[in-house]
Design a protein around this ligand. Sequence first.
Ligand SMILES: [Zn+2]
Length: 64
Amino acid sequence: MPKCLYCQQDNAPGEADCQNCGMPLPERADGASERRQRRFLWFCIGLAVFCAVMILWLPRGSFG
Ligand SMILES: [Zn+2]
């Protein structure tokens, strides 16, 4: 049962917004959070690839 972060109101599962104060609840629909997790995963992979390329590309000792 998602609890509102602002007024501590217990809301019915599946509600996107608080029934008491109308603020968005932390637990949203499953599809949206899954899509966000997948986008975050791809962001991490891209960042790791970017770091690997930069480490290989930059000449060693340039940071000293
Ligand atoms: Zn609330």
